[in-house]
Design a protein around this ligand. Structure first.
Ligand code: FUB
Length: 446
């Protein structure tokens, strides 16, 4: 998993590759926990501002088994495949008004206005209770300088800011229900009293608002506990201040049972995306989350089609990279299982286990560029030996590689020749050649 093209490349080249993480799949970030992603397009790239779950540090005195969040990172990508971690942009001890030991740096947002980037974040104030603060930067990746005080008149979490067509800014936030307040042109104070959207479906917590405008319609999207856990719903209005009319569900409750599902929605180069989180890296504890992205589509009447969460995600995968087939697009079902490579370290990624004859996984959208690749490599473990067959585009598509795997209890890289790979983007079918149990980490082409 991850960046270890080392097996294939000279050490110097492999070293350079470690600057960015190329996953293209879900979750987007694997080397740390991330949650509550707000994605924005700045300077032609996608910047994702998530919050940052961590394990409780020694001496932590907060609520047990709860969110522990002390800082924020920002990540950027031009192609939704290679994500750059710009490092910590703000931490609880930088914020004068915030309790420096509360570990409550919850879901943030960032917007650009009049040459400055405004980063809105919730934290527990020294005076008690959640408040919303602002930090300002000249660049989307900081350095962000926090204001000395929080926004007066606002009590709550999950800030999200909309800059309307006329340049006016609106701050949405939540405290069991969703509120909006118009921001003054200085972006640091509100005008008048906040309005509460108490007319939305009344039963169950509503939080994490995210509002965007499309074709003159404002979409208020938000997590709502309609049944057991949060699902994403939306409501629409012709005004940023509402009233909003409930319009449907964007994402069902997570199958994993993750209780929260904070999100954002954006249009990047003509395609809409939903950024959200699940608990891929921490199946047993849903306060250590991981951010994801999937494509989102509108119907011709402006309604939003329900999003199907995927492991495959949204980025194009380079055939030369270590293709993580455990982030598959489809499988044969029986005989295919995905598990952590190292149960003690989820950040090391996953492996695919094939255990039934002819079981297979499909992995969509691999970029073979000009085609003509000559070799194929697989990092695999085959205790009793075995074989893998790789086909293009269809279950019975052309075979581009057959690999014999030597018998052994250790991970090995098996390589062989590949034939007739046509140029362009193709789907891969990786099929177990026989009935022997085979574990696969990745597949790669050169
Ligand atoms: O990440 C902490 C909190 O969990 C967020 O602020 C909520 O939206 C929920 O995702």
């Amino acid at each position: 998993m991850k960046l270890s093209l080392r097996h294939w490349l000279p050490a110097t080249v492999a070293g350079l590759l470690q600057a960015t993480a190329a996953f293209a799949t879900n979750p987007l970030i694997v080397d740390q926990f991330t949650a509550d992603p707000t994605a924005r397009v700045f300077e032609g790239k996608v910047y994702v501002y998530p919050s940052h779950d961590i394990k409780a540090p020694p001496g932590y005195k907060g609520k047990p088994n709860w969110f522990v969040m002390e800082d924020y990172h920002v990540f950027s990508s031009e192609n939704l495949t290679d994500w750059k971690d710009h490092g910590v942009i703000l931490k609880q001890t930088d914020v004068e008004w915030a309790d420096p030991a509360a570990y409550a740096m919850w879901a943030p947002d960032s917007v650009f206005k009049d040459g400055k980037y405004y980063f809105y974040f919730p934290a527990i104030a020294k005076t008690g209770g959640f408040r919303i603060g602002v930090a300002i930067a000249d660049k989307p990746y900081g350095p962000f300088k926090p204001e000395a005080t929080y926004i007066e008149g606002v009590k709550g979490i999950d800030p999200a800011v909309l800059i309307g067509k006329d340049g006016s800014a609106y701050l949405y936030y939540s405290l069991d229900k969703i509120f909006v307040a118009k921001l003054k042109p200085n972006m640091l104070e509100i005008e008048g009293e906040p309005i509460v959207f108490d007319y939305l479906p009344k039963k169950g917590l509503q939080e994490g608002p995210f509002v965007f405008e499309r074709n003159g319609l404002y979409y208020l999207t938000y997590p709502h506990v309609a049944n057991k856990t949060e699902r994403l719903e939306y409501a629409t209005s012709t005004s940023p201040l509402g009233p909003f009319k409930h319009a449907g569900v964007i994402l069902d409750e997570a199958e994993s049972g993750c209780w929260t599902v904070h999100h954002s929605i954006l249009d990047y180069r003509g395609q809409w995306y939903l950024f959200y989180h699940d608990k891929d890296l921490s199946p047993a504890f849903d306060k250590n989350r991981a951010i994801r992205a999937d494509k989102l589509f509108f119907n011709s009447d402006g309604t939003i089609r329900k999003v199907t969460p995927t492991l495959r995600g949204v980025g194009l995968v380079d055939a030369k990279s270590e293709i993580q087939i455990d982030r598959y697009s489809a499988t044969s079902g029986a005989g295919v299982a995905v598990s952590f490579l190292d149960e003690a370290n989820p950040h090391a990624g996953w492996k695919t286990t094939f255990s039934a004859e002819k079981s297979w996984v499909r992995f969509n959208e691999v970029d073979f560029e000009r085609g003509g690749q000559k070799s194929i490599a697989v990092r695999a473990k085959a205790p009793g030996g075995g074989a893998l067959e790789i086909r293009l585009d269809k279950h019975d598509g052309p075979v581009i590689g057959r690999l014999q795997l030597g018998r052994g209890a250790e991970w090995n890289i098996a390589s062989g020749v590949t034939s007739s790979v046509p140029a362009g983007v193709h789907d891969l079918f990786v099929t177990q050649g026989g009935a022997e149990l085979i574990e696969v980490d990745w597949v790669s082409f050169r």
